[in-house]
Design a protein around this ligand. Structure first.
Ligand code: F6P
Length: 523
């Protein structure tokens, strides 16, 4: 990596366009030329101001920067996470050709972990502890945060409709939530999955120790231990915590937290979806891996999405990106993508540690449509900032209410059209009513899934992962580290004792004395 994006954009003379979407959309062949599909997905970026000339220049820039070589280094198990001197091989969890790039010892460990994941998920799905058919399981408490919870939660909401098994997630350390969850559960019918790659995350460990106490008080230490499971890179820390070694599922160091949905972190989700469905989910992602590696740039969904992202962020200068899924089952997708995009690309220095010469990750946010139309969209249509949108829709629903589904898709297409075209509004006494004018020319992309299935969701999430990879490569940043989260954790550990004990002193340069006094005065 030795390009500078800002200079490359100058070299290719890629500048903000004043083309109007209302006109671009009327050009013949606009949809065909500005959409691409793979497997069960379609990407339509015809409602962006990228035109043929811009697209060709962006593709040329990507080629000159050698996105292909970067991609092959990723799949070839090279050290792409340079700051931590690691490969980033989450694709090995789903694509056999990448799996076989592993050293024999790593291959054996990963294969065993996968077998364990499938057999434990199958036992839970059948309603009992693994290897103990007389020990019922009706509930799973999944404890984890960030990448150790967002994936399984999304999977269960999207694909876990028919299971009798109930999964309860504990993430934020707030005890209100934990006490509510525990109040409704019988320890003798509950299994606990503690998902933490590092096994050092404060929130997760605090929840885990409280839930462990709850199990032990009701069942005794030995029976409680049988109901505790962990997914971690650090097997010895998990064992020291009190998890029986047979109940620990291994998560390799080279699978980042926000890329861990493909691993045993999804144990509870695999149990709810069923092992076959989880396998199809992995397979869907493997198909997207193959597409990313083999499709030419102009047909390559992750490349096209990343270049559209670069266009919006680095040429048009838009600082945000909204994700609006028009399917209730995908309601947690915005939160999932928020972590993927913002934790991966929220960097200010390049891989060599030098300041980047361009803006990096946008703020990602979103809500499902049509709810979002009644909260966020006023600003999208008439606000002073332009927010590029990603609309995500599903063509064939899993219900028979044809009218309701037509309404959902009609709303999605209507919003995309209204944003693009705008309106002059009505005139009042010969003068335009500016309150009702909508400027239009507001860009969006539409992603359509044939149906929401394990395979299509796998394709969609892998598509976003690879889009994030290409964008970061072009920015020059490392998408696989997240040092920016550490300082807050250290400070929280230092400040917590002062909240529990007035006499505990914290360094004066934290500037917190006054607010701590205020909090104590109100206790
Ligand atoms: O603090 C951020 C982070 O490290 C994320 O990257 C990660 O997904 C999350 O915390 C949880 O980490 P762990 O799985 O190690 O508990």
């Amino acid at each position: 990596m030795n390009h500078k994006l800002h200079l490359m954009l100058q070299k290719y003379n890629i500048n903000k366009s004043n083309k109007l979407l209302s006109e671009l959309l009327m050009e013949s062949g606009r949809f065909t030329g500005f959409s691409a599909s793979s497997g069960k997905l379609l990407l339509d970026f015809s409602r962006t101001t990228v035109d043929q000339e811009v697209l060709e220049k962006l593709l040329g820039l990507a080629e000159e920067c050698d996105v292909q070589k970067a991609r092959e280094r990723l799949f070839d198990a090279q050290v792409v996470n340079v700051t931590e001197q690691k490969a980033a091989l989450h694709m090995a969890m789903r694509s056999d050709d990448v799996l076989h790039k592993l050293e024999p010892q790593a291959l054996t460990r990963v294969t065993q972990a996968r077998e364990k994941l499938f057999s434990y998920a199958t036992a839970f799905a059948a309603g009992h502890l693994p290897g103990k058919s007389d020990q019922p399981v009706r509930h799973i408490i999944h404890i984890g945060i960030g990448g150790s919870v967002l994936g399984p939660r999304l999977l269960i909401e999207a694909l876990g409709a028919d299971s009798l098994l109930q999964v309860h997630f504990l993430s934020s350390v707030d005890a209100h939530h934990r006490s509510k969850v525990l109040a409704g559960l019988d320890p003798a019918e509950t299994a606990v999955v503690i998902a933490t790659k590092s096994f050092t995350t404060g929130e997760t460990l605090l929840h885990a120790s409280r839930v462990m106490q709850w199990l032990e008080q009701r069942l005794g230490k030995d029976d409680a231990a049988h109901r505790l499971f962990a997914v971690s890179q650090d097997l010895s820390k998990a064992e020291a915590f009190g998890i029986p070694s047979a109940n620990i599922l291994y998560l390799p160091a080279w699978v980042g937290g926000r890329y861990s949905i493909w691993s045993a972190v999804s144990l509870a989700a695999a149990a709810v979806m069923g092992a076959n469905a989880f396998q199809q989910f992995l397979q869907g992602a493997a198909e997207m891996d193959h597409h990313f590696r083999t499709a030419p740039g102009e047909e390559n969904l992750p490349v096209l999405m990343a270049l559209t992202g670069i266009w919006h962020r680095n040429v048009c200068g838009y600082p945000t990106q909204a994700v609006i899924p028009y399917d209730h089952r995908l309601r947690s997708l915005p939160a999932y993508l928020q972590q993927l995009v913002m934790e991966s690309g929220g960097k200010s220095v390049d891989q060599q540690g030098t300041s980047v010469d361009c803006d990096t990750a946008p703020v990602v946010f979103g809500e499902p449509g049509t709810d979002a139309q009644h909260s966020l969209f006023q600003m999208f249509h008439q606000g002073t900032d332009i927010v590029p949108l990603s609309f995500i829709g599903v063509i064939r629903p899993d219900h028979a209410d044809v009218e309701a589904h037509a309404s959902v898709l009609a709303n999605m297409l209507a919003q995309a059209t209204a944003l693009a075209r705008g309106t002059g509004g009505e005139e009042k006494s010969g003068t335009p009513d500016t309150h009702r004018q909508m400027p239009g020319n507001r860009p969006s992309e539409v992603i359509l899934l044939d149906e929401l299935s394990p395979a299509s969701l796998g394709q969609l999430l892998a598509l976003y992962e690879h889009k994030v990879f290409v964008e970061n490569f072009l920015w020059g940043t490392n998408p696989f580290d997240q040092f920016g989260v550490e300082l807050g954790k250290v400070l929280a550990n230092a400040i917590q004792p002062a909240l529990q004990d007035l006499s505990h002193e914290i360094p004066a340069n934290y500037g917190l004395d006054a607010i701590l006094d205020y909090i104590h005065s109100k206790k």
